[in-house]
Write a protein that binds this ligand. Structure first.
Ligand code: SF4
Length: 280
């Protein structure tokens, strides 16, 4: 069992994720947040404050992550990290910023904010292409010099990066993509899909509601012209849960493992290469 009532009645959530920006500067295929499709939307610090104000009194969050899309596309990144710290000042909540790193050094005061707000920095490498590695390497080297900032590089590119220590990551396919359409898997085995799902503990906070995972949350933001397959319809009806829910409904939501919506995902891990993700 992953979540449970504690004595103070707060419900424990393993991981809660918030998008600072839905768009991404990269164009990786099979992104679990559909961010390669130029989604729109930046999170305001006042909006994040409202959402966390509604939920924090009811949740014991073990880990909260700011990501996207690419969160560094949001000019108010440092302020958003401050909101994380305001609501979760103790280390009992792990606070993490995920980024591909390209715009990381453009944010004044970020290094200090990461240190003061006790935010961990996780940089994901999305390609082994020499041009990509050449651009990202100096940024990684600069972050490695930041003192008292927890910094890790995750590399799913399948190729070693000389001089950089990293954790290996494996990328798997999330849906089918043709030149102008995305379509869901039709394996019809929600339990098996959930078992192998890399996002199964990635609850989202979006529009003030809690959602099971990135895919079911951000599918609705994809241009309808790109998701014309009627098989998406039941998944687009999913609404997550709002903060006006009862404690019982919240507990039920937090305990759910596989459910019907997991039918849109593959029932086994399908490894793949993202190709060259730098946009022209
Ligand atoms: S719908 Fe289920 S299997 Fe698919 S990404 Fe979400 S949690 Fe994972």
């Amino acid at each position: 069992m992953l979540t449970k009532f504690k004595k103070n009645k707060k419900i424990t959530i393993r991981s809660l994720q918030v998008h600072a920006a839905h768009a991404c500067n990269l164009s990786c295929s099979s992104c679990n947040a559909f961010s390669q499709f130029k989604l729109k939307g930046l999170l305001e610090p006042s909006t994040l404050t409202k959402w966390l104000g509604d939920w924090e009194p009811r949740l014991n969050v073990k880990k909260i992550c700011l990501l996207g899309g690419e969160p560094t596309l949001n000019p108010k990144l440092v302020e958003l990290l401050g909101v994380f710290f305001k609501f979760f000042p103790r280390d009992s909540t792990q606070k993490v910023l995920f980024t591909n790193g390209f715009f990381l050094l453009k944010h004044n005061g970020l290094e200090r904010a990461l240190r003061e707000f006790r935010i961990e920095l996780r940089l994901t490498v999305h390609s082994a292409h020499p041009t990509y590695l050449e651009r990202i390497k100096p940024i990684i080297e600069e972050c490695q010099r930041w003192r008292e900032v927890s910094f890790l590089v995750y590399n799913g590119s399948g190729k070693k990066i000389p001089g950089i220590k990293f954790r290996e990551e494996k990328w798997t396919k999330r849906y089918h993509e043709s030149s102008d359409q995305i379509t869901p898997f039709t394996d019809n085995n929600p339990r098996a899909s959930w078992e192998v799902c890399p996002s199964k503990y990635s609850m989202q906070l979006h529009e003030g509601r809690l959602w099971k995972c990135p895919m079911i949350t951000y599918l609705r933001l994809v241009d309808p012209a790109l998701r014309q397959d009627p098989s998406w319809e039941p998944y687009l009806r999913y609404q997550g849960i709002g903060s006006d829910c009862s404690d019982e409904e919240l507990l039920d939501f937090s305990l759910k493992e596989d459910e019907a919506i997991c039918g849109m995902c593959p029932q086994e891990k399908i490894s793949f290469s993202k190709g060259y993700p730098l946009r022209k």
